[in-house]
Ligand binder design. Structure first.
Ligand code: G4P
Length: 190
């Protein structure tokens, strides 16, 4: 997706040797016209599927999923990472190990918001090692719902997640894939 590549090149920065900072347009300050283009692109890629719900994970996935959902005319459910008083206690749960943070956390979705008839599109901002995605897949499996596709905004192709998910046979579409970071510059897959 050329406009996304342009934004990453012009406004993204690199931290260390493997973190791409996109906080000025994607996951802190939100560029709504870019998010609309992202939503339209996900719609183009998955419109032939019979999707009735989008599942994402807080926090950064929510805005992307909500804007994308308008093109599909469906609702969004987001997995929660913390227990709070406003979370139903009847939940599907999965444990997720974060390499970035070197910690394990639990993701939860209230059972009443997933149905075995659901045909789900998973949306998230980054795919690195794929652990967050595996947690969402596990939760959908527990609900006996169907995963129609997975839409990722930025896949880091030099980490394992994309390969692991594709090897499991999922229909994974990443809008851009970063294959390398060289001298503080991202290198996109063509
Ligand atoms: P994994 O889920 O693919 O295994 O990834 P990992 O544990 O390594 O990533 C943990 C968090 O870091 C996730 O956000 C993920 O989106 C984010 N992340 C991974 N690589 C990058 C990167 O290069 N740039 C940025 N900006 N984020 C990255 P999170 O902790 O769930 O945070 P949030 O959704 O609340 O923002």
């Amino acid at each position: 997706m050329e406009i996304l590549k342009k934004m990453i090149l012009e406004h993204g920065t690199v931290r260390g040797n493997n973190i791409v900072m996109v906080d000025s347009f994607l996951n802190h300050k939100l560029d709504i016209s870019l998010l609309n283009e992202i939503g339209k692109e996900f719609y183009e890629r998955f419109k032939h599927k019979n999707i009735n719900k989008i599942l994402t994970i807080e926090a950064s996935g929510i805005a992307i999923a909500a804007i994308t959902a308008q093109y599909f005319n469906v609702d969004v459910v987001f997995a929660k990472k913390t227990i709070s008083t406003n979370l139903d206690d009847n939940t599907y749960e999965s444990k997720v190990y974060s390499f970035t943070k070197n910690e394990t956390y639990t993701v939860r979705v209230a059972k009443k918001f997933l149905d075995k008839e659901d045909k789900i599109l998973i949306i998230d901002d980054f795919l690195a090692n794929g652990k967050a995605l595996e947690g969402l897949i596990d939760i959908i499996d527990q609900a006996n719902a169907k995963i129609e596709g997975i839409g990722i905004v930025i896949e880091k192709g030099f980490q394992d997640g994309g390969k692991l998910i594709r090897d499991r046979g999922f229909n994974l579409e990443s809008l851009v894939i970063i294959d390398d970071i060289k001298s503080n510059k991202v290198v996109f897959r063509n």
